[in-house]
Design a protein around this ligand. Structure first.
Ligand SMILES: [Mg+2]
Length: 335
């Protein structure tokens, strides 16, 4: 396996999907049906030049940089880097933050040196935006590239790391489960070899939901405050992936709710067979276009490989060389 290429596929998959979605964020699906995104655009919603990526990629790249510097997941350091992004404009394409989610903003505002970073994310029912899912790729890669074969203890470690990474900003079980589903799907896609994309995603989803079905009572957050059934039902449509794939687009929502975002990304992945088609389908669903594009893009990058990401799109990405260097450095850490 070419480690560098896998990492670039995941990381640039997210960044390119994000940049395609930024100019049309909050646009209605009906409007995009009449004037669909077919290429990298500029200006639009946030009045940014072509190739500009948003908070999704900023927080993702901050996480990537932290893992490179520490060689492991150090949550204090990831939170420090989120603070530097928020306050100083680190990890932004043009030196300033033009977009931030409320839940992420509150969690970063709460963090102080010495505080437990795992106590920063709010955990109410309405704190289930897609703000941890959108930045989880480096954690998924870090956990996945450790080993091709996940025995039960490794799978549990993947659950723990995905959960903890989510909790920095999003503490509700539904957000944590969304991040673990992402990690498991990445693992299956990276090592899928002869499997189809649908088979790979199905294996990941079934193993993950089965794990929660069996292990839920072992997790402190599956107590009376959180209904196991509700959390499992939230992602229940993914249990029958062949039926889920056939749903019409009217059944697929592309809001900022974590479940909608993950479902939309998976649905686009299953109903296309290239990186470009997957991210364009995702962005043209409208709504939270940058994040649905970013999540779909990350998965499609891993499914089809770095070479499948259109070169024209990569070439306009702001700070492309710096992101590429981060990917190379991350590959050295993971080697
Ligand atoms: Mg964004």
């Amino acid at each position: 396996m070419d480690l560098k290429k896998v990492i670039k596929a995941g990381v640039f998959g997210v960044v390119v999907g994000d940049a395609l979605g930024v100019p049309v964020e909050f646009t209605d699906r009906e409007d995009l049906k009449e004037n669909p995104v077919v290429d990298m655009r500029e200006y639009g919603t946030h009045r940014q030049p072509k190739g500009t990526w948003s908070d999704d990629s900023s927080m993702m790249l901050a996480t990537l940089d932290s893992i490179i510097e520490n060689g492991c997941l150090r949550y204090e350091d990831i939170m420090e880097k989120f603070c530097n992004w928020r306050m100083k404009g680190d990890y932004t394409p043009h030196g300033r933050v033009f977009d931030i989610g409320i839940t992420c903003s509150r969690a970063i505002g709460r963090y102080r040196p010495g505080m437990d970073p795992l106590a920063c994310g709010e955990c109410g029912e309405y704190d289930n935006g897609n703000g941890s899912l959108m930045r989880i790729m480096p954690v998924s890669l870090y956990v996945c590239l450790d080993d091709e074969f996940w025995h039960d203890a490794m799978f549990e470690k993947a659950v723990e790391d995905s959960h903890d990474a989510s909790v920095l900003t999003h503490g509700h079980p539904r957000s944590q489960i969304g991040c673990m589903l992402h990690t498991a799907i990445c693992h299956e896609l990276i090592y899928r070899e002869g499997k189809s994309v649908l088979e790979a995603v199905r294996d990941a989803v079934i193993r993950t939901l089965d794990f929660y079905d069996k292990a839920s009572e072992d997790y402190p957050w599956f107590n009376e405050a959180f209904s196991t059934e509700i959390e499992m039902d939230s992602y229940g449509r993914l249990r029958n992936l062949s039926a889920f794939k056939e749903l019409p687009d009217t059944e697929i929502k592309s809001s900022g709710y974590v479940v909608h975002t993950l479902e939309a990304a998976v649905w686009c992945l299953l109903n296309t067979d290239s990186y470009a088609d997957c991210v364009l389908k995702a962005v043209n669903l409208g709504g939270d276009t940058d994040t649905v594009g970013a999540v779909a893009g990350g998965l499609a990058g891993l499914a089809y490989g770095y070479e499948n990401i259109p070169k024209d799109w990569l070439d306009v990405i702001v700070s492309k060389d710096w992101i590429e260097k981060l990917c190379d450095d991350f590959a050295r850490v993971m080697a």
